[in-house]
Write a protein that binds this ligand. Structure first.
Ligand code: HEM
Ligand SMILES: *[C@@H]1O[C@H](CO)[C@@H](O)[C@H](O)[C@H]1NC(C)=O
Ligand SMILES: *[C@@H]1O[C@H](CO)[C@@H](O)[C@H](O)[C@H]1NC(C)=O
Length: 329
């Protein structure tokens, strides 16, 4: 009797852990909140629209937040936490990642509609899609059911996020670590068709590229002149310019399209990490393909965004539905 009882307890424990494991890796689904928050998509879309109307750039900033969330510990809302030594102050995010107040606004609107139901990680995923749509890019079905994590680590973000100063090989490795391939590297970089970069992100190219004492010769000379004017040596590194220069709507905000890849081929990229896409034949041929075929760019971009949204937290870290995106409950 004793033996059979303890065996029973043992098997219950196993089942319990299998259940937890299954839950943390269960596939995301489009209708996850169909019953618990039927108006979710409308609520998020309205808030993204409001933020965009106030400042067009916010579409770009929200898209980038989802990317930076997913690459570090999976898509678990970790970038949103106001943690000490958290992701917000990592190299790629400090003075750069933005839109946190807008995420708060979206979360508050969602909480008013259906309290305690929708994760901050899912809100980021929906807001990223809406941001692409609002700038006239492609739409896709957002998969849902993520849970919010408890930790946010600056060093994990320093290690996981690609930087503008890295080689293609290094960037590709960081993508591979989260299950993304070379097509994902190129298509997702097409996000830089919208949004801004600070002088800090590209001034390495302007005066002393790779310790040569010269500007980066792979940049168009006229653009080089303009960027040097914007970003003088020892000037304000927080000044910004369009990532996709002289696009149709330049000066305002760019529309989401493949013009960015055309710029790349015309030596008019702003970030060197993007110029490096031309440094291998695999990636160069994709850049050429996308520059000629907007539909193909959109199709591959959507596929990469869904893959990126599927990056999961380590299965041991269970999640919660945060009430406030800035802190665990
Ligand atoms: C391939 C590796 C990537 C590198 C090295 C990279 C690097 C950068 C850098 C340096 C900036 C400028 C930040 C600043 O100056 O504050 C930037 C901006 C941006 N990035 Fe990336 N990025 C990469 C991939 C991506 C991906 C995958 C996405 C989205 C799916 C994305 C979306 C954006 C957007 C939208 C902006 C503009 C943000 C704004 O205006 O607030 N990037 N990126
Ligand atoms: C982040 O930026 C602030 C403001 O510029 C700066 O004072 C701080 O040292 C930076 N933090 C890190 C960890 O780089
Ligand atoms: C690539 O990564 C290695 C190992 O982390 C690092 O030592 C090297 O400086 C990186 N190179 C570039 C160009 O980013």
């Amino acid at each position: 009797m004793m033996k059979s009882n303890s065996f029973c307890g043992y098997s219950l424990i196993i089942t319990f852990f299998m259940f937890l494991g299954a839950r943390s890796t269960s596939p995301l689904t489009p209708n996850f909140y169909g019953k618990t928050c039927p108006n979710l998509f409308t609520v998020v879309k309205n808030e993204v629209q409001k933020a965009f109307d106030k400042e067009n750039r916010m579409a770009a900033s929200l898209l980038r937040l989802h990317f930076h969330d997913c690459f570090v510990n999976g898509c678990d809302g970790s970038i949103l936490l106001d943690a000490r030594d958290g992701e917000k102050i990592s190299i790629s995010n400090n003075n750069s990642a933005r839109g946190f107040e807008v995420v708060d606004d979206i979360k508050n609107a969602v909480e008013r509609e259906c309290p305690g139901v929708v994760s901050c990680a899912d809100i980021l995923a929906i807001a990223a899609r809406d941001s692409v749509v609002i700038t006239r890019g492609p739409s896709w079905t957002v998969l849902l059911g993520r849970r919010d994590g408890f930790v946010s680590s600056r060093t994990a973000a320093d290690d996981g996020l690609p930087s503008a100063f890295e080689s293609l090989e290094n960037i590709t490795k960081k993508y591979a670590k989260v299950g993304l391939n070379i097509i994902d590297v190129v298509s997702s970089s097409g996000s830089h068709t919208i949004g801004l970069a600070r002088c800090a992100a590209f001034s390495n190219r302007l005066y002393n590229f790779l310790e040569t004492g010269l500007p980066d010769s792979s940049m168009d000379e006229n653009q080089m002149f303009q960027l040097q004017k914007l970003c003088p040596m020892n000037g304000d590194e927080m000044k910004t310019t369009l990532l996709d220069q002289d696009s149709e709507n330049a000066g305002c905000i760019n529309i989401f399209d493949n013009h960015y890849f055309q710029n790349l081929l015309n030596r008019k990229s702003v970030l060197s990490s993007v110029q490096v896409l031309l440094s291998s034949t695999d990636t160069k041929s994709l850049v050429e393909l996308y520059s000629m075929d907007n539909d193909r760019f959109f199709a591959d971009f959507v596929n990469s965004m869904i893959k990126m949204g599927n990056i999961r937290p380590p299965s041991r870290s269970r999640g919660e539905i945060r009430k406030n995106c800035r802190r665990p409950n």
